[in-house]
Design a protein around this ligand. Structure first.
Ligand SMILES: C[S@@+](CC[C@H](N)C(=O)[O-])C[C@H]1O[C@@H](n2cnc3c(N)ncnc32)[C@H](O)[C@@H]1O
Length: 243
């Protein structure tokens, strides 16, 4: 398999080129996720599901000098970009090709201190997310944390409209900040990336309501399930595997 079952290498290229415009408060999101990994951990084993070009992995490796990150992704292009970015960390970054929806890789991960994922789990449907949450629980050591950053499905039309407006606004601001023009925002519109405005049920995006996902985390056994940050339909949430 050279690409994931639905995400394509063309998607990877678009995201590599324009992710810096399309992701609201990207640096703040990365900081928030890093802040949820217990800093006292020595030799922490961190697993990142769908690591992309390795921005989050880089932040984790910089902040936790003894940690290793297994960076998993289904896109050869993304894994190559991550490998290049993180070459300086040597064996502390362990890239691995995988299919998020597959099950073959799941039983091989045990005693992880943290499992993190950014902007990827929404490619699974609801039942697949529930199965993943239960499997991630089994991958973690007691006290381990599962942190998800992702787009979520607004609970109703009003909330969907608020999320659509807020995402457009965030990308407009970002374009202006980065380049002093709206080229990045115009591409965001042309690509119809704002799924709250251009939602297609047959598309690769299958976001689930945040409230349902919190319940699925609790049902999988996680405690202290919470939402840590949210903006423009993007949320960071997760839970802890009790000691
Ligand atoms: C929107 S990008 C996010 C990348 C990175 N996590 C970030 O936040 O910058 C989605 C990532 O998920 C990966 N992906 C999507 N579906 C996948 C699947 N079924 N199996 C493995 N990787 C997948 C893509 O290759 C891509 O790297």
């Amino acid at each position: 398999m050279t690409v994931t079952s639905s995400w394509t290498e063309a998607n990877s290229q678009t995201f590599l080129d324009y992710g810096r415009y399309f992701v609201p408060e990207r640096e703040r999101q990365i900081e928030t996720i890093c802040g949820l990994i217990p800093s006292a951990l020595e030799g922490a084993k961190i697993v990142e599901l769908c690591c992309g070009e390795g921005l989050l992995a880089q932040a984790l490796l910089e902040r936790l000098p003894d940690a290793t990150v297994r960076g998993m992704d289904g896109s050869p292009e993304m894994l190559a970009a991550a490998g290049k970015r993180l070459a300086g960390f040597g064996e502390r970054f362990q890239p691995q090709h995988f299919d998020l929806a597959g099950s073959d890789w799941r039983s091989a991960i045990r005693d992880a201190h943290a499992v993190v994922s950014s902007l990827a789990i929404h490619h699974l449907d609801g039942p697949e997310k529930q199965a993943l949450f239960a499997d991630v629980y089994r991958m973690l050591a007691p006290g381990g944390v599962f942190v998800i950053a992702d787009v979520i499905a607004p609970a109703g039309k009003q909330a969907e409209s608020v999320a659509a407006e807020a995402w457009d606004w965030a990308v407009r601001q970002r374009s202006l900040e980065l380049d002093g023009n709206l080229d990045g925002f115009e591409l965001f519109q042309r690509e119809e990336w704002n799924l709250y405005r251009y939602f297609d049920p047959d598309d690769i995006d299958k976001p689930s309501p945040l409230y349902a996902q919190l319940q699925w985390l609790a049902a999988a056994g996680f405690v202290d399930v919470d939402v840590y940050w949210m903006q423009a339909g993007h949320a960071i949430f997760g839970g802890v595997k009790g000691e």
